[in-house]
Design a protein around this ligand. Sequence first.
Ligand code: N01
Length: 561
Amino acid sequence: MPTHDSGATRLDALIIGAGFAGIYQLHCLRDRLGLQARVLEAGGDLGGTWYWNRYPGARCDSESHAYRYFFSRELSDEWQSTERYPGPAEIRAYLGHVATKFDLRRDMQFDTRVTAAHYDAVENLWRVDTARGEKFSATFLITAVGCISAANVPDIPGLKDFRGQWFHTGEWPHEGVDFRGKRVGQIGTGSTGIQAAPVIAETAGHLTVFQRTANYSVPARNAPLTAEFQRWVKDNFEQIRAVAQTTVNGHAFRISERRVADVSPAEREALYQEAWDYGGLQFRGTFLDLLTDRAANSTAAEFIKARIRAVVKDPATAEDLADIDHPYSAKRPPIDSNYFETFNRPNVALVNLRRDPIERITPTGIKTRSGEHPLDIIVFATGFDAMTGTLFKIDIRGRAGRSLRDYWRGGPRTYLGLQMPDFPNLFTITGPGSPSVLTNMPVAIEQHVEWITDCIAHLRKNGIRTIEPAEASVHSWGEHVEECARATLLYDAKHSWYFGANVQGKPQVFMPYSGGLHRYRKLCAEIAAKGYEGFAFDRTQPASLPVRAAEFAGAAAAPGV
Ligand code: N01
């Protein structure tokens, strides 16, 4: 049982967030290391991203046989996905199954938003406050808050006077929104907007899509899974896991070794067509050099632009949709179900904001330079204050009151995306500077959770009081993250959220690690094997908690328990 000190519930470890990351971290710390651990979650249930993102058309872009945990074969065998890409309800059901199987809910607390976490150096404890006025203290604090969870509603003048309804896709009402017969305006054409528009258009009286940056998209080709495929997934668990854990992006497919210049133009078109017909994010894997060579990339870009022009019947609309200003995949590439086809519907219109920018929101619609668009509902598919926004919602303070906001004033600075100096025993799952958003997230999450678990086991076994990186490690890791980004075309799309460019005033720093999950995984393992090279330990006192017998039983065996 947790103990209490001066009104605070005392735990060994506190985990913030009950998505993929928090759920598995709780299992590892509680059931493998025997710690008193608890998850605090702002939402009313588990699910993380999938608790909040219930907008029309929401669906995972990773395929269901890879968008799952791989730490337990038994768990995988028990679960049957029904579609090629799982929707939010199926993902929540899956996570609910995991929580039930490992009896995790008893250590999860919902409707509990963490507001502050301050490090107490004397006691070596993180002191945590919640919006409900509860207090906790814990030796280890692990953030599992997701990378794209802080909704970004742009500061467009007039919104507060709008007399219709408005919603952000990332905070969608659980009861749904009735679009029937309504005039709907959707701002944003990223992965979310591209999923939402076709579904909204099916029932709305009229849909106007406000596009600031035209975007590539490849058909998802979602479909129910056949019994044969479901069998194949079960029979090939080890193989699927091996691929996901050794590829650059954590998906269960490999990137081709072939370069664009290795094939004739006719062969190239045939390969693109094959990938287009197959659908999904694999399109990126058609050639090795799509993300590193501009000329190679432009062949994929032109292929997609030609498909857009072929699908969209109105030539002016087709031109606006195909007028894409960045290399293919330099921003997160969406996949869709009938996105471009939607613009052939009589009840759908596109407004090109580059030519006709929004001036303000009026009480009755959106006013662009050329005139007013009367609306009943505005849908903001405008993305997130990614990677740092959710952490900044918590007042995190380390040694001597140093605030994370101050430390990251010029952009996030971490070692491996996992830790910061002066924030001892604080771990950030899929934090900035880690592969995170450039991967199939559950695979990156498992790697982080297992690394953190092994690290905590190491600290406790060796009587180490605290761990935090040296400032020099943060500096050199930051340089490496930047150098990796510069080596790719990701660096050419300066207006992407990978740089924080979508949020006004946010420092423009490339945030995720683009060196590949496979390399990153190896590097993290080597650093741990070298006694946590680049980190500093405090051994001045024994760890404040007794070592328990169960502690080392599971950690070394992960993954694959
Ligand atoms: O957000 P985005 P998203 N005026 O930032 C536009 C993940 N995801 O929610 O490009 C007008 O990509 C903005 O325009 P611009 C995935 O990682 C995962 O779509 O900045 N427009 C852009 O068009 C994804 O990348 C799944 O010029 C404004 C759009 O809004 C991430 O979530 C499914 C504007 C925002 O696009 C975020 O995607 C869906 C303004 N003031 C999403 N401000 C999965 O499969 C912004 N925009 C797991």
